[in-house]
Structure formats: C-alpha cells, structure tokens
Design a protein around this ligand. Structure first.
Ligand code: ZN
Length: 256
C-alpha cells in the first residue's frame, strides 16, 4: 500500500456560482478551499470533481484511482444521477473511503449507504459550535485537544436519523443549546464512511485549520486498504474433494 492517499474532493458547486455571499467566502468553490487546505499534507494527493462535469466527474477510472472520496452537496442532491450513485456505492463496498460533509447528510449516496432517512433539525443563526473530542487517540482526532470551536456555524440538532455509528468521534454543542453527533464512523462492506458535520456554505469553515485537520485525518483513516468487489455471488469450486453422498437432493438455486 502506497503511503500516499489519493483523495477526490467532490462538490456540487452551485451555491458558489449563484450566491454572492457564498462566492465571497469561496471564490473558487468549497472544493478548491478544501484542496488547498489538504495540499499542505504531503501524503495527500488531491483532485477535484463537480456535479456539472460529464458523469459528475466520477468516472469508473477516477473512482478506481481514488482512495478517499469527499462529498459536499446541498441544493442539487436530486440532480446526481442514480447510475453514478450506484457506481460510488459499489466502490465504497469494494474498499474506497467516503468522507461526507455537512448537508451531504441528505445526499443520495449517504442515504443509500446508511439505509435511513438521515434527517435532522437545523437553524441558521450564526451560532458558536463546540466540538467535543470523544475519541482521543483515534486517527481522526490526531493533533486535536479536548475540544475545538467554530465561532459561526449553522446549527444541526438531534435526532439525526442515522444507524448507530460504529464509533462516535465528536459531539457538538451549539450556542442555542442543542447537541449533535457531529463525527461518526461506519464500516460498509470493505469501505469506511465518516460523516463530519460542519461546512455551511456562507461561513469560512473550510478555511479553519482544525476542520481541515479532521478532514485530512479522516481521509487517512478511511483510505482504501483493499479492492474487493462484492456485487457477484459466484458458484465456488471446492478446495478439497467432497465425498459422494448416497442421498439425493434437488437443485433449485441458481445464483450468478
Ligand atoms: Zn448548511
């Protein structure tokens, strides 16, 4: 396994082109800001892909060459083609890592992998968010202290309709009083999935050093370790001779 992690940062890239407030914070798009932040880590090799590219920039070749895929989406979840979602899902099940950011809680790919609606409560009121580190020593919290804060963020509140995380990394507290499971890990097939809450488009969240550190750590944790497609159920020849039986059974099952 190479020491380099090949990261693809996928962004819907719609708000930044239509909304002046968002354009001001992310003139080249959130994907460019995340790529710039991650590029300080020499072990991460970044490329970007956006919704309006052919096949949303996520061709079979791009996904094959991706160890960890980052996903940001919000207003255009419905524009993501089902065939691309299926392709990404199969790559995760085969071993590719997926880092799901902020409003991508409602993306087709995250909901498909979770099997639940992934709904939550929200409020846009420029609130302070404090991330409590529940897993010191975990690769995703490397370099972080007991907590870190963002001065302005959108609030996400419970109940977050997700399956129980395999490991909970952060719980967020918001100025208005809510708490939220803001860093969650799951295994899916041979792949790893990490959901990380912050990143509302009007705030400079992806310019924050702690946020970038978590995303970089998450890419390293979730990176592809194997590639093992699991979308076939082959009839398997026996490794050892099987004794001929005297009883007779029918053969009904046909699996491909
Ligand atoms: Zn938001």
């Amino acid at each position: 396994m190479s020491t380099k992690v090949r990261v693809t940062i996928w962004n819907e890239f719609r708000h930044e082109r239509k909304n002046e407030a968002v354009k001001k914070v992310y003139p080249d798009g959130m994907h460019a800001a995340i790529a710039k932040g991650l590029s300080a880590s020499k072990d991460l090799v970044c490329r970007t892909a956006t919704l309006d590219e052919p096949e949303h920039g996520l061709t079979e070749t791009v996904l094959k060459e991706t160890d960890a895929l980052i996903w940001w989406g919000h207003v255009a979840h419905g524009d993501v083609k089902d065939e691309v979602v299926k392709r990404v899902q199969q790559h995760v099940l085969a071993g590719m890592g997926l880092v799901v950011l902020h409003s991508a809680h409602y993306s087709k790919i995250f909901r498909a992998l979770m099997g639940t609606n992934c709904s939550l409560k929200w409020r846009e009121a420029d609130e302070k968010e404090r991330f409590w580190n529940l897993a010191p020593g975990h690769p995703i919290t490397e370099g972080l202290g007991e907590y870190f804060e963002l001065p302005y963020e959108e609030m996400y509140g419970e109940r977050f309709d997700i399956p129980e995380p395999d490991k909970l990394i952060f719980v967020s507290w918001f100025e208005g009083g809510e708490v939220f499971r803001s860093g969650c890990c799951w295994d899916r097939g041979n792949g790893r999935v990490f959901y990380f809450r912050p990143g509302h488009e009007t705030y400079p969240t992806y310019h924050d050093a702690n946020v970038i550190r978590v995303i970089a750590n998450a890419c390293r944790w979730a990176r592809r370790r194997v590639t093992m497609a699991t979308d076939k159920t082959p009839n398997s020849p026996a490794l050892e001779p099987i004794q001929k039986k005297t009883v007779k059974f029918g053969r009904a099952g046909v699996q491909q």
